[in-house]
Design a protein around this ligand. Structure first.
Ligand code: CAA
Length: 262
């Protein structure tokens, strides 16, 4: 499948591969137009339903992961146009239904909608030139794809308010300290690091990886008590699987487990 605004490839050494999606609208710093979001949703679904793929890596260019929603496209929208057509709602939320782990590999600008799409990933690795921010206030707007909700849940209210109200950007090291990203590497190490992380996850039980992802994401969605209930239910249910028994036996026998993903 070829796309207009993204590039995809399948990489990896093991039996399960990694699906790589690269946002590719270079002249506009990967500004997120409708066509790009349609392409992204399609590619996410295609990799998610491909049995040969374990993890998905989402990245941009060295200069920009994405500089936000497409301001040129939005400038003349009216309230009724965006409301009636479900702007954002109609094609920005594909990531929420992806079962496989999605690793965001961010270099350069991740601003506005770009920061929001990055935060939709399950985890983020940043190149040391990455810059994150919600600068919508500078163009008389607020974030529209989760920025006011995911950012405070991720970095806390103080920093989220600071970024959203001043529109300032933070670099990769500050993003690491704030818990927005889990690793910072040199730009040339970004994809090798993301692919190595994906390869490691591809070697695990895929059924466990997906349930793990659901449980961790639940921490963002629900009060502690119901999140704990879900975790306990999944924990108990895994005692009915091949991979739990194989994983524990392999540990005791000091050998590598042979997971069957069931
Ligand atoms: N939409 C459309 N075009 C964009 C864009 C965007 N979000 N960001 C950059 N571009 C375009 C620029 O217009 C420019 O195009 P031309 O060459 O045709 O003039 C090209 O990309 C390169 O950009 P700059 O010349 O500005 O590059 P720079 O290196 O000087 O600055 C930047 C980079 C700081 C990222 C700057 O481009 C910028 O501030 N971009 C806008 C960031 C922003 O406000 N994002 C939020 C958008 S609103 C949103 O995302 C809403 C939401 O929550 C869903």
């Amino acid at each position: 499948m070829t796309y207009e605004f993204i590039q995809t490839e399948v990489l990896g050494e093991g039996p399960l591969k990694t699906g790589v999606i690269r946002l590719h609208r270079p002249k506009q710093l990967n500004a997120l137009c409708d066509g790009l979001m349609d392409d992204l949703g399609h590619a996410l679904h295609a990799f998610d339903t491909d049995d040969g793929i374990g993890c998905i890596v989402l990245t941009g260019s060295e200069k920009a992961f994405a500089a936000g929603a497409d301001i040129a496209a939005m400038v003349d929208y009216t309230y009724m146009q965006v409301f009636m057509s479900g702007y954002i709602s109609r094609n920005w939320e594909a990531m929420a239904s992806v079962q496989k782990p999605v690793i965001g590999a961010v270099a350069g600008f991740a601003l506005g909608g770009g920061c929001e799409v990055a935060m939709m990933c399950d985890m983020l690795i940043a190149a040391d030139n990455a810059k994150f921010g919600q600068p919508e206030i500078k163009i008389g707007m607020i974030p529209g794809a989760g920025g006011t909700q995911r950012l405070p849940r991720t970095v806390g209210k103080a920093l989220a308010m600071d970024l959203a109200l001043t529109g300032r950007m933070i670099g990769a090291e500050e993003a690491l300290r704030a818990g927005l990203v889990s690793r910072v590497v040199a730009p040339e190490q970004l994809m090798p690091e993301a692919l190595a992380m994906a390869e490691q996850i591809n070697g695990m039980s895929q059924s466990v990886a997906r349930l793990m992802k659901q449980c961790v994401n639940e921490a963002f969605e629900s009060p502690l008590a119901s999140g704990l209930r879900l975790e306990r239910r999944v924990f108990h249910s895994l005692f009915g699987t091949h991979d739990q028994h194989e994983g524990m036996v392999a540990f005791l026998e000091k050998r590598k487990p042979e997971f069957k993903h069931r």
